[in-house]
Design a protein around this ligand. Structure first.
Ligand SMILES: Nc1ncnc2c1ncn2[C@@H]1O[C@H](COP(=O)(O)OP(=O)(O)OP(=O)(O)O)[C@@H](O)[C@H]1O
Ligand SMILES: [Mg+2]
Length: 320
């Protein structure tokens, strides 16, 4: 074992597992470090897909044990390149995200995480590579195209409208109407239901302006927007970066809950405790290259830190 409190992803119900800032909960059953063929979990199915994927796309980084049948990834990117002028920011990126799982995307400052997120969300068109959504090749011309597929990105800079209230932000550009008038009460009700479905307790009125909310509450509104629109893939670019302990805990619980609802979640974080607490897989970027995609249960904090800082850790990562 690697010292991590390894857990079975399918058995994860939010509230039944220890997040780093919450009360310590009883550890789940131990998971074999590798070769756990007897345990056919959703993550294990998905791992098999990644094996084939990575063998063909890279062959140098991922270490997946072959287990059972495959689950189609919601998002499957291969050979993605992105440059700004002469600067190559992403090179030959392979990246996948699976339903019901949190995939942590890690990497040092400037590694290319946000650029990859912007490629996923239709903001930056990749220069090269293949982008598949639910198994079908797609080409996104704008964030609107991404939203239409069921992709919601909560950006590093959030992009909420400060001067509008929670309901207005949740329904921005997609307002509900009753006849020609806005269906204010319908939208309020749906906003309340969505927030309570995420077990959000700390917000007062859904008519509060965003400018009056704390950082954590703002994150929650941004995440609720993803839930409201019935997304299939939610990407969160450092949702807890500016948050305190309790608010981070709350955001991580929501992140886990989204995956437990069956969504594919991509979480960017610099905090290894958060990454290990909430993710099923870890994808590590180093200087614009994807150096490893591993099951969280199969690696240690130290290995991930090495991948982030040097692109290699033992037999994981870039070839020497
Ligand atoms: N629009 C742009 N034009 C030119 N260079 C850019 C642009 N956006 C990003 N870059 C460069 O691409 C590299 C990767 O940036 P990116 O924002 O993707 O990093 P990151 O991994 O998200 O970092 P952080 O952890 O600091 O958020 C950086 O060197 C950055 O300067
Ligand atoms: Mg970034």
């Amino acid at each position: 074992m690697n010292g991590r409190d390894a857990r079975e992803p399918m058995a994860r119900a939010t509230g039944s597992r220890a997040l780093p800032y919450g009360p310590a909960l009883p550890p789940g059953p131990a998971e074999p470090r590798s070769g756990g063929a007897a345990r056919v979990s959703r993550a294990a199915h998905a791992a098999d897909t990644l094996t084939a994927h990575d063998r063909s796309a890279r062959g140098d980084a991922a270490r997946w044990e072959p287990l059972g049948m495959a689950v189609t990834p919601v998002l499957d990117m291969r050979g993605i390149d992105k440059s700004f002028g002469s600067v190559k920011v992403l090179q030959d990126i392979a990246f996948s995200a699976y339903p019901g799982e949190v995939t942590a995307l890690v990497g040092d400052n400037g590694a290319g995480k946000t650029t990859l997120v912007k490629c996923i969300g239709g903001i930056h068109p990749p220069d090269a590579g293949e982008y598949r959504f639910e198994g079908r090749p797609v080409r996104l011309g704008s964030p609107r195209d991404a939203a239409a597929l069921g992709i919601e990105v909560v950006h590093q800079d959030l992009a909420l409208c400060e001067n509008l209230d929670i309901v207005q932000n949740l329904f921005l550009g997609r307002e509900r109407r009753r006849g020609i008038a806005l269906d204010e009460s319908g939208m309020e009700e749906l906003a309340r239901t969505t927030l309570s479905g995420l077990s959000v307790r700390t917000m007062g009125s859904v008519r509060q302006k965003i400018s009056t909310l704390s950082g954590g509450q703002r994150q929650t509104v941004a995440i609720a927007r993803a839930v409201l629109w019935d997304s299939k893939l939610v990407v969160l670019d450092e949702p807890a970066a500016a948050l305190g302990v309790a608010q981070t805990q709350q955001v991580l619980e929501i992140v886990r809950r989204l995956a437990d609802k069956g969504l594919a979640v991509v979480l960017i974080s610099h905090n290894m405790n958060d990454v290990f607490a909430v993710s099923d897989r870890i994808a590590a970027l180093y200087l614009g290259r994807m150096v490893a995609q591993v099951r969280t249960a199969d690696v240690t904090h130290r290995q991930v830190v090495e991948l982030i800082t040097s692109g290699v850790s033992g037999d994981l990562g870039l070839r020497r």
